[in-house]
Ligand binder design. Structure first.
Ligand code: FAD
Ligand code: SF4
Ligand code: SF4
Length: 477
């Protein structure tokens, strides 16, 4: 049989086709098209099948990447899917939104030989999208039912990965969420142009049909107490994410027209479901016909600028106090934003806002990068006399997120937190200071990534299973 792999010298790296910027500005559909079957095979065949695959080491889920690439190249897609889903609860989601340039692909060795990385994420997405199409994604059917029950607070990727794993092992699983739909930031944070909503909803449906019970519109701490949940379930998993937005001060900081990134993105995502949202209708969280300034340089800022373009803003500017090379957001997303018409004001910091009844501008100052600080990062310094005002009638603050004060909100002092307010939990078992209570995802790590939340959820589910079934039973499986 002719060699199907190691084609990286002859076959160039090729991402799935990107829709033209003019077209994608008009809707919230994903910007990359699906690989055609032949293209997926061809791209998978570029892998050199490393003996020590750094791609796998640097994937938080340690996905067996070389094997599923080989199966794809050999047209053994159902086997590729089986290998891929064994380590990842939501491979098609990670394939779409992991920052691959920092994880698997960023460590692909053929890049170091100048040939361009294997397009791991796109192939991963292709495999599981195909599996859904072909009916290979099977319903959750536990081999045995168990009496023990687990309560999960938070229906984001961390909570849902744990729910999937525990339900497959027969536990009674109830997921509580304060939103009206499950998915956490997959549903209401990340816009459709990165992750279309039906991709998330079909996973929610799969869990529901597999027997996971969802209690939505239920804010733990208000609608039900944390103590009640502990009494009701044999184990409780906290997967509540981080939602307290970092804020900006300065003159005019309270003016109407200055809004929080997550409020803005949540409204836009609700519209994608066809919901009617008063804050959009009345214009307060709607960029249409406005000069928009987004403050921040992370992925949330990138999602806001690109959403504003799609809502029909007259101009969209992103203001960030460091330069392009030192921004936290993905370079791929900056490029996408630029193609769509966003302009970046690098090395620029806000000092306050102008306006009377509503914001009319951002008072800004230019910055330069000074010497590295204790963390090795160059600290931005103001350039004296470089003040100016950037016109704006919608300002979106995307400066990052912090945890809510859960011990206080839930009246549970025994729930230990770090000095940053994140929950203290064991790195492997995810056990907190409270017996039978576990915690995963952003509420433990601080604002992080979907793939890390999935990993935590799977590990915590393992630990919960070990505790509830007894270690001996787990070892025997
Ligand atoms: P979340 O996804 O935040 O889910 C937590 C859930 O808990 C929510 O549904 C919330 O309603 C619920 N909850 C909170 N408190 C309560 C309570 N008291 N009672 C009931 N329910 C509660 N990561 C990537 O990997 N790639 C990306 O492209 C990416 N883009 C992002 C874009 C934006 C705008 C944002 C904000 C984040 C992005 N992230 C991205 C980060 C990623 O979304 C998070 O790291 C991930 O969702 C964390 O998962 P989680 O399960 O810990 O929490
Ligand atoms: Fe890469 Fe993320 Fe997939 Fe791992 S889960 S292989 S890091 S895209
Ligand atoms: Fe294949 Fe790159 Fe992974 Fe090596 S590092 S196994 S070439 S994907």
């Amino acid at each position: 049989m002719p060699q199907k792999m190691l084609k990286f010298v002859d076959v160039a790296r090729d991402m799935p086709q990107k829709r033209a910027a003019e077209e994608r500005r008009e809707d919230f559909g994903e910007i990359y098209r699906q690989y055609a079957d032949e293209k997926a095979k061809e791209q998978a065949s570029r892998c050199s099948q490393c003996g020590v695959p750094y791609c796998q080491t640097h994937c938080p889920l340690h996905n067996n990447i070389p094997d599923w690439l080989k199966m794809t190249a050999e047209d053994r897609l159902e086997e590729a899917y089986a290998i891929s889903q064994a380590t990842n609860t939501f491979p098609e989601i990670c394939g779409r939104i992991c920052p691959q340039d920092r994880l698997c692909e960023g460590n692909c060795v053929i890049e170091q030989s100048g040939h361009g990385t294997v397009t791991i994420g796109s192939v991963e997405k292709y495999i599981t999208d195909t599996a859904w199409e072909k009916g290979w994604v099977k319903p959750i059917v536990p081999a045995q039912e168990r009496d023990a029950s687990v309560g999960i607070i938070g229906a984001g990727p961390g909570g849902l990965a744990a729910a999937d794993f525990l339900r497959r092992r027969g536990y009674k699983v109830t997921v509580y969420d304060r939103y009206d739909r499950s998915g956490g930031l997959l549903t209401y944070g990340i816009p459709g142009f990165k992750l279309e909503k039906d991709v998330v909803m079909r996973r929610n449906k799969q869990l529901e049909e597999g027997g996971v019970k969802f209690v939505l519109n239920c804010n733990v701490g208000e609608d039900i107490t944390f103590a009640d949940l502990r009494a009701k379930h044999d184990a409780v998993l906290i997967a509540t994410g981080v939602y307290k937005s970092r804020d900006l001060g300065g003159p005019g900081a309270g003016l109407p027209g200055i809004v929080k990134a997550l409020d803005y993105l949540t409204v836009s995502n609700k519209l994608s479901f066809g919901d009617s949202v008063p804050e959009y209708e009345d214009g307060s969280l709607n960029a249409s016909g406005k000069k928009v300034v987004v403050i921040g340089g992370g992925d949330t800022a990138m999602d806001c600028v690109r959403t504003a373009i799609r809502q029909g803003a007259t101009s969209v500017k992103c203001m960030y106090r460091r330069d392009r090379a030192n921004m936290p957001g993905s370079q791929r997303e900056v490029q996408n934003a630029e193609e769509e018409g966003v302009s970046f004001q690098w090395l620029t910091a806000p000092r306050g806002f102008t306006g009377d009844a509503a914001v009319t501008g951002v008072k800004a100052i230019k910055m330069r990068l000074g010497p590295p600080d204790a963390t090795g990062r160059q600290a931005p310094e103001e350039i004296e006399g470089s003040d100016y005002t950037e016109d704006a009638d919608l300002v979106i603050k995307a400066l990052g997120f912090e945890p809510e004060e859960l011990p206080k909100l839930w009246g549970e002092d025994g729930l230990e937190v770090t000095r940053w307010g994140t929950i203290k939990a064991d790195h492997l078992t995810h056990k907190t200071a409270l017996p039978g209570v576990y915690a995963v995802g952003d509420i433990v790590r601080g604002a992080s990534l979907v793939v890390w939340a999935i990993r935590d959820g799977r590990e915590a589910a393992d630990a919960i299973h070990a505790e509830l079934s007894g270690a001996a039973a787990v070892a025997a499986e």
